[in-house]
Ligand binder design. Structure first.
Ligand code: NAP
Length: 285
């Protein structure tokens, strides 16, 4: 790795990703696309080359040594699955060439509480500040929804830096840690729920004779349009729904079919199940 690249943006400095997969690529891609960081100021580690291709194409530094990323970065995203947290921290410990200080760790790990993160990270990097983020993959296309909570020693400036970085990929808001698993059960997992809904809407149109590609495009644009209507008009979704249901019309017949299928209850249960699973994952740490 070339370790002598200079800082580009005051306050952010150099950024590292321990873990090179989907979520790291979404955030790294947003930072690069918006020009907040230069590729030469991003350091990425993962045990294999499976996910390194896009990073090499971006022009970032890549390595298999997590310690190398920590040494060279001011802000370090932990972007491995929660079950690999201990292994990743052990690798940081084993590959650090010298003691480090003044580091901000940003965890993307679902379910792992700040208390656990701080305890484990401080064993390897004493005094590190920690922020816990729950992002989602639409960060990749600038339409993400990220929330975060600050650890005990994270500063106001740290919070501003994280908010600035995550805002390159959509909206980003600080929330109480007590809400982060539930927010993740909605926005972190939500893209998958909506993909399933888009696929099902497309299936319905195909069943009624619409060609697949056209059906999927129309379903996606319809979901995008409805979401924009809620965000941009500020109207309650129930009011917007009422506005498109003419008495005796087609839409109310479709709504009736959805209610018979328990769509509201099923979506509520999805968020509840994902929230509970995040808490379970955190307990296992
Ligand atoms: N995906 C989402 O929608 C989403 C949303 C919110 C939060 N998150 C959180 O984001 C984190 C990453 O999820 P993901 O979907 O990006 O996973 P992923 O695509 O499977 O990527 C995980 C990365 O971690 C690397 N890794 C595994 N063990 C490691 C170790 N010991 N040291 C360093 N790196 C290691 C993997 O290396 P290899 O490349 O060598 O396999 C891979 O690059 C998870 O904790 C998840 O809870 C994800």
């Amino acid at each position: 790795m070339n370790m002598d690249a200079g800082k580009t943006l005051e306050g952010v400095g150099k950024v590292g990703f321990v873990g090179a997969g989907n979520m790291a690529q979404a955030i790294g891609g947003a930072l690069l696309r918006t020009g907040l960081l230069k590729a030469s100021n991003i350091y990425v580690s993962s045990p294999s080359n499976t996910n390194k291709g896009p990073w090499i194409q971006f022009g970032t530094h890549t390595t298999t040594e997590n310690g190398c990323v920590v040494e060279n970065s001011d802000v370090i995203f932990l972007a491995m699955k929660p079950i690999y947290l201990d292994a990743a921290l052990m690798d940081i410990k084993n590959t650090l060439k010298q003691p480090v200080s003044n580091k901000l760790f940003v965890s993307l790990l679902a379910g792992v509480p700040l208390k656990v993160l701080e305890e484990k990270i401080h064993r390897i990097v004493p005094g590190a500040r920690v922020i816990r983020v729950m992002p989602n993959t639409p960060v990749l296309v600038g339409a993400g929804c990220s929330v975060f909570s600050c650890g005990t020693t994270a500063t106001k400036k740290d919070a501003e830096i994280v908010k600035m970085m995550l805002s390159t990929g959509g909206i980003c808001q600080e929330i109480s840690e007590s809400l982060i698993d539930a927010a993740g059960g909605l926005s972190g997992c939500g893209p998958a729920y909506v993909y399933l809904i888009i696929e099902a809407l497309s299936d319905g149109a195909v069943k009624m004779g619409v060609p697949r590609a056209m059906a999927t495009q129309f379903a996606s644009q319809t979901v995008l349009g409805a979401a924009k209507m809620v965000l941009e008009t500020g109207k309650h979704p129930g009011q917007l729904k009422d506005e498109v249901c003419s008495p005796g019309g087609t839409t109310i017949c479709g709504i009736h079919a959805l209610e018979k299928g328990g769509v509201r209850s099923t979506l509520m249960e999805a968020v509840e199940a994902a929230t509970k699973r995040a808490a379970e994952l955190g307990k296992n740490k």
